[in-house]
Design a protein around this ligand. Structure first.
Ligand code: IPM
Ligand code: MN
Length: 354
């Protein structure tokens, strides 16, 4: 099969982990007789430096006609003092909106060989395997107004959702639960927020269409606690944009490192975007030590969801399982008896296992 992938390396460690992942995809395409073509486009701080905008039009246009998009990370101290419309993160939010990537899927699976790398107790995290379904194009991230008011003496951010935006992500979560362990935890703050009350109503309505799925409602504060005290209680978690952002970083602790967490951002009809859940790690950028696994696992999700290549996706996931089980890792994982490698060396091992 011939497929065209747009790569958005971005900032910090983004270019290194994207190169590693492209390398893996080329290797895989040779093995499985596919032709993957690649095209790099700019986003984030590097796009600001080149074009004065975090999301150039040509980037959006290239993504729209691609078969899939793979993104590294955006942001860094260099642009921290920029006005908000010139922050690298605006590029990421802009591409999510431009491609209508409303569904962000973040699978969180503990690797047996990494249980000792987590600060949590082994018997708590052992066997944890959950999927966070995060709404990605609404809520506080996009509501207007969002600004200083009253001569700078007050501030407003807006939490705005249309009913259909809640409906489509909740449906996606029910469908995801149906092909997993059929347990859905809806996370909200319905004891305080009007938006959460509507969210909960919609979950109650939709559950009639999915009688095989067991539904629980959890307030976000309690969910945050249970996620690290009883992680194995969860199968699919569905929540709005901001809560999903926070809970997914928290959940990454179950895997030993944020460097292990992939994500898929999907539209109703249209191109999907895949990216690690971690940031641009400017402190280690350019050193060749970044963990490429979250991005390589994101490429596996790309193969599965955008190209319908289940065997190929599994080939990557199994190769990563084997790499980790054999003790290979990067410096972000504090493992006592492992073999600590740089980005390129680890990528070579993964390719060999493929
Ligand atoms: C993420 C990131 C982004 C977000 C930032 C970089 C804007 O934290 O993908 O989780 O908050 O969505
Ligand atoms: Mn985040």
């Amino acid at each position: 099969m011939s497929k065209h992938v747009v790569l958005l390396p971005g900032d910090g460690i983004g270019p290194e982990i994207i190169d590693a992942t492209q390398d893996v995809l080329i290797h895989l395409s040779n093995k499985f007789n596919h032709t993957f073509t690649f095209e790099k486009q700019d986003i984030g701080g590097s796009a600001i430096d080149l074009y004065g905008t975090p999301l150039p039009d040509q980037t959006v246009e290239a993504c729209k006609v691609a078969d899939a998009v793979l993104l590294g990370a955006v942001g860094g101290p260099k642009w921290d003092k920029n006005p908000s419309h010139l922050r690298p993160e605006k590029g990421l939010l802009g591409i999510r909106k431009a491609l209508d990537l409303y569904a962000n899927l973040r699978p969180v699976k503990g690797f047996p060989a990494l249980v000792s790398a987590s600060p949590l107790k082994e018997d708590i995290i052992k066997g944890s395997d959950l999927l966070i379904v995060r709404e990605l194009t609404g809520g506080l991230y996009f509501g207007t107004p969002s600004e200083r008011v009253e001569s700078g003496n007050a501030v407003v951010d807006t939490l705005y959702y249309k009913r259909y935006e809640m409906e489509r992500i909740i449906e996606k979560a029910f469908q995801s639960a149906q092909i997993r362990r059929k347990k859905l935890t809806s996370v909200d703050k319905a004891n305080v927020l009007e938006s959460s009350k509507l969210w909960r109503e919609i979950v109650e309505e939709k559950k009639l269409d999915y009688p095989d799925v067991e539904v629980h409602h959890e307030l976000v504060d309690a969910a945050a606690m249970k996620l690290i005290t009883n992680p194995t209680d969860f199968d699919v978690i569905v929540t709005e944009n901001m809560f999903g952002d926070i809970l997914s970083d928290e959940a990454s602790v179950l895997t030993g490192s944020l460097g292990m967490l992939p994500s898929a951002s999907l539209a109703e009809n249209g191109v999907g975007l895949y990216e690690p859940a971690h940031g641009s790690a400017p402190d280690i950028a350019g050193k060749g030590i970044a963990n490429p696994i979250a991005t390589i696992l994101s490429a596996a999700l790309l193969l599965r969801y955008s190209f319908n290549m289940e065997r190929e996706a599994e080939a990557i996931e199994k190769a990563i399982d084997k790499t980790i089980a054999a003790g290979y890792h990067t410096a972000d994982l504090k493992l006592e008896n492992g073999k600590c490698l740089g980005t390129k060396e680890l990528t070579e091992i993964i390719k060999e296992y493929i």
